[in-house]
Design a protein around this ligand. Structure first.
Ligand SMILES: C[S@@+](CC[C@H](N)C(=O)[O-])C[C@H]1O[C@@H](n2cnc3c(N)ncnc32)[C@H](O)[C@@H]1O
Length: 207
């Protein structure tokens, strides 16, 4: 059962995946709101949620960029993309929202096209972190910002689902991978209480 749930977290699929998407929205809303606040997105910007899952981040980004802005959502799961297409049908129809099935390691987005991006609770499922960061660096505008959100690695190591497909990495390893792609850590915001609080790692192009 644990293995099944863990694999749904990594790639929500089918009816159970839709239920997992709704559960993710409820449990991660607060952390995602802080991540978006850290982006300091100007109204009218082009923003992205990479690995958007249930889509609460898409909803908040759409609100933040306003009617002149645009949002891209990329997720590996066709179930999550189809769920979001239905939920945000009007935004897709008006081209405020562009949804893509794809991977953070090969983003279907143009070079220097995104001013602000979040990727929350995704990198545990990515084997090639260097590739992911070089894609993040590629799509960001020169003054763009990306927030990478992770559960605290020590707290996550105690969770029952973690042995089933999660790759935990210390913050220093994540920062080093970002730096080798040309991104510098600007802040490590915490979301939650005590040592178990999530890390929201704010990266920009190194100047
Ligand atoms: C645990 S959920 C997190 C969803 C959302 N960001 C949140 O925090 O609630 C992980 C999501 O990342 C997606 N995902 C996993 N690997 C991915 C990859 N390589 N590229 C894009 N999305 C990926 C999954 O399909 C899933 O929707």
């Amino acid at each position: 059962m644990l293995a099944g749930f863990a694999s749904q977290l990594g790639l929500p699929t089918g009816l159970r995946g839709r239920a997992v998407g709704a559960m993710l929205n409820r449990s991660n809303r607060g952390t995602i709101a802080i991540a978006i606040r850290e982006l300091e997105i100007p109204s009218g910007a082009v923003a992205a949620d990479l690995g958007f899952g249930g889509g609460v981040g898409l909803e908040m980004l759409l609100e933040r960029v306003g009617h002149q802005g645009q949002v891209h959502g990329v997720d590996l799961s066709p179930t999550m993309v189809s769920r979001a297409s239905r939920r945000f049908g009007r935004d897709v129809a008006s081209s405020r929202l562009h949804l893509h099935t794809g991977s953070i390691t090969q983003l279907p987005l143009d070079d220097a096209s995104i001013q602000a991006a979040i990727t929350i609770n995704t990198i545990y499922f990515i084997a090639d972190l260097n590739r992911a960061f070089s894609e993040l660096a590629r799509i960001l505008t020169p003054s763009g910002r990306v927030v990478v959100g992770i559960g605290d690695p020590e707290a996550m190591a105690r969770m029952p689902t973690t042995p089933y497909g999660f790759k935990l990495r210390p913050v220093a390893e994540i920062t080093a991978a970002a730096e080798s792609a040309g991104l510098a850590l600007r802040d490590d915001k915490r979301s939650g209480q005590g040592d178990a609080a999530a890390h929201l790692l704010v990266f920009e192009h190194a100047s």
